[in-house]
Design a protein around this ligand. Structure first.
Ligand code: NAD
Length: 485
């Protein structure tokens, strides 16, 4: 163990937060973990002072200094333009990976899935959570799904390095590239490239819908799952729930510089102050924190004492079950009983065993070198706010305005081709896409031609709400075809 205490920023949060934080800190201190705590204020009281992201500037300074954050849950005020503290912290501190181990503790905690031991590795910064949304017409809105090669590389490499460090046998990627061939397709391609560097770890890919169904039905099929932000958000709650209790799981948010650790549950305001909350989620989050900062010995000690508690049937009310549990304890007694067991190991459940130094292998990955492709502008998609009519009528109005080395190739509505050869049954909204290409196959287009086209459409009375340039990369299209094209 290092001789110098590692500084850690802590926040007691709202609701049951202070109770479960006190219990966790007592256990950390008794375990011999070498930590120096700095406390900051976050959450409801800070929001109420008019700080819209729930955190004072001085709190940010502490986080930047310590780079390690153990956070109790907070109560997020409803409405009123308040920003999610978690989303703000993840973005500002570059916490690209969200890790959530979902384990069942059969036969000591009731579960339909006695064999479950799955770790969800969720990309945390991009996808639909980039928050780029538009209302484009009266009736049509849009959210942009951003998937980057560096973002995909970082999270996928994290999953494989995590699997290697923790002696896991398999990594499964969940994607939807049968539909989103370019964005999810990139994630899939990067997964295949990186998996090839880890021949000792089995790699598989599943379409998210069947993957989620199998996870809910046969979680023992899975080991480590890596996936995009939205899919990960949804499946990590399903996975935690089916272990038997969401009150038991901790999670980490890892970045190259900083990391944040917390329970997965919220501030449980209805039981706040009653002394009955289960502190296990925050305790197991603190175990993840100790592993991250290289104090594996204290992490193992706390985790094994916690597993022994669960085996001994010393349970809080949320997991107490007559016939299985032996004693119903409150938050403080749970901590006291756990401290009594420090140094003990479980006899039925698998004891915890952690790698000594994971920080070096799990952050600061070098990105692959990418050879720049030959990128050519070959057309433009022009989105119009336009009411009434059908594809044929719109084509007849637009075509005289195209010309000048360009040609109208297709019109779609909500991604469905409606011209040429549309079908009368297709329902159309007020949001249309004109696909305009250079004349002749793969003919390059001068950007000025596109600007002139937009000018002519404007003069012709059309309301252009968005454009997207169409490029080829080494001759391959960097854009999708319309449904039915
Ligand atoms: P919740 O997780 O607080 O509570 C859901 C249910 O689980 C409740 O019945 C609660 O009593 C119970 N529960 C939760 N944790 C428990 C524990 N440790 N021990 C025993 N029982 C426990 O979810 P919610 O009610 O939807 O949200 C309450 C507040 O928490 C909201 O303001 C929400 O925005 C916030 N929240 C914060 C975070 C966070 O800070 N990371 C996460 C989720 C929700």
């Amino acid at each position: 163990m290092s001789t110098e205490a590692i500084p850690v920023t802590i926040a007691r949060g709202d609701g049951i937060g202070p109770e479960i934080m006190d219990a966790t800190l007592e256990i950390l201190q008794a375990s011999g973990a070498n930590l120096a705590f700095e406390e900051i204020q976050i959450g409801e009281s800070v929001y109420k002072r008019g700080i819209m992201n729930g955190m004072e500037p001085s709190a940010w300074e502490s986080l930047r200094r310590t780079k390690v954050f153990l956070k109790a849950p907070i109560t997020t005020p409803q409405g009123g333009g308040y920003k999610s503290l978690n989303v703000t912290i993840r973005g500002a501190l570059g916490l690209f990976a969200n890790i959530r181990p979902c384990v069942s503790y059969h036969p000591f905690v009731n579960t339909k899935h006695p064999q479950m031991d799955v770790v969800i590795v969720r990309e945390n910064e991009e996808d639909l959570y980039a928050g780029i949304e538009y209302r484009q017409t009266q009736g049509v809105t849009q959210a942009v799904k951003l998937i980057s090669r560096p973002g995909s590389e970082k999270i996928i490499r994290y999953a494989f390095e995590y699997a290697r460090a923790n002696h896991r046998r398999k990594v499964t990627a969940f994607v939807k590239d049968n539909i989103m061939k370019i964005s999810d397709g990139l994630f899939h391609r990067v997964f295949d490239e990186i998996a090839a560097e880890y021949p000792e770890i089995e790699a598989e890919t599943m379409i998210i819908d069947i993957g989620a169904a199998r996870l809910a039905d046969t979680p023992e099929h899975f080991d480590v799952i890596v996936t995009l932000n939205l899919y990960g958000d949804i499946i990590s709650d399903i996975a935690a729930q089916i272990t038997g209790s969401v009150g038991l799981a901790g999670s980490s948010n890892i970045g190259d510089q900083c990391a944040m650790f917390e329970a997965i549950h919220g501030s449980a305001p209805t039981i706040a102050g009653k002394g009955i909350a289960n502190p296990s989620g925050l305790i197991l989050a603190s175990v993840m924190m100790l592993v991250h900062i290289g104090q594996a010995e204290a992490a193992e000690k706390i985790h094994n004492a916690w597993l022994k508690m669960i085996e001994d049937g010393i349970h809080t009310v949320d997991i107490f079950k007559r016939g299985v549990s032996k004693a119903r304890v409150g938050t403080r007694d749970f901590a006291a009983n756990l401290i009594d067991r420090l140094g003990e190991r479980p006899t039925t459940l698998t004891p915890a065993s952690y790698p000594v130094d994971v920080k070096a292998t799990l952050t600061g990955f070098a990105l692959k070198e990418v050879v720049p492709a030959d990128k050519r502008l070959v057309g433009v998609d022009v989105f119009l706010d336009h009411r009434g009519g059908n594809g044929d009528e719109l084509a007849a109005k637009v075509q005289p305005l195209v010309g000048d080395g360009l040609k109208l190739a297709m019109i779609s509505n909500r991604g469905q081709k409606v011209w040429p050869e549309g079908v009368g049954e297709t329902f159309c909204t007020d949001h249309w896409r004109l696909r305009v290409m250079g004349e002749g196959k793969d003919a390059p287009v001068q950007p000025g031609r596109i600007a002139e086209l937009l000018g002519r459409l404007g003069e012709g009375g059309f309301d252009v709400v968005q454009t997207a340039s169409l490029y080829t990369y080494d001759g391959a299209p960097g854009f999708s075809l319309a449904q039915g094209q």
